[in-house]
Design a protein around this ligand. Sequence first.
Ligand SMILES: Nc1c(NC[C@H](O)[C@H](O)[C@H](O)CO)[nH]c(=O)[nH]c1=O
Ligand SMILES: CC(=O)[C@@H](O)COP(=O)(O)O
Length: 160
Amino acid sequence: MASSQNNLSGFRAKTTEDTKNYRIAIVVSEWNESVTEALYSGAVSTLREYGIQRDNIVRKNVPGSFELTLGAQFMAQKEDIDAVICLGCVIQGETRHFDFICQAVAIGITNVGLSSNKPVIFGVLTPDNQQQALDRAGGKHGNKGDEAAIAAIKMLQEFK
Ligand SMILES: Nc1c(NC[C@H](O)[C@H](O)[C@H](O)CO)[nH]c(=O)[nH]c1=O
Ligand SMILES: CC(=O)[C@@H](O)COP(=O)(O)O
């Protein structure tokens, strides 16, 4: 279902006693910084809404979305990290570069989750243009950062 029919900030998780103890890494791409910072703000505010302590949210920056995979791997390998949220925004340009980055990041992040046995969340926007990105980073379709934070919490509540 498209984000236009399913607001990205509409997802909810249970509130449990364990949730506040989760330790979450957030790896943020610096490309399209105005968008990724909005995603980060949404993710942090959602994690905090569910009681996760500020000191248990660990931020790391990477140059672009292509580097999210390695950044996620570095963080997933840490014993004191329960889940990793990857935030990025890859905007279609004139060439097929977009396709290669999006595929590499999607497959890469999936593989880090599988190899680490930890939730590694794909919070990467892949819009056609800047407006579509803004609409999904706190705009009319909600915030992908909110959705990513809920996904991390729900995975930990179900499997940790
Ligand atoms: N065009 C976008 C990029 N490009 C940069 C790559 O992600 C990568 O950093 C570079 O190829 C060096 O390895 N990254 C984004 O996150 N968003 C874009 O729109
Ligand atoms: C996703 C990209 O790397 C893209 O923004 C680069 O733009 P272009 O394809 O016009 O070089």
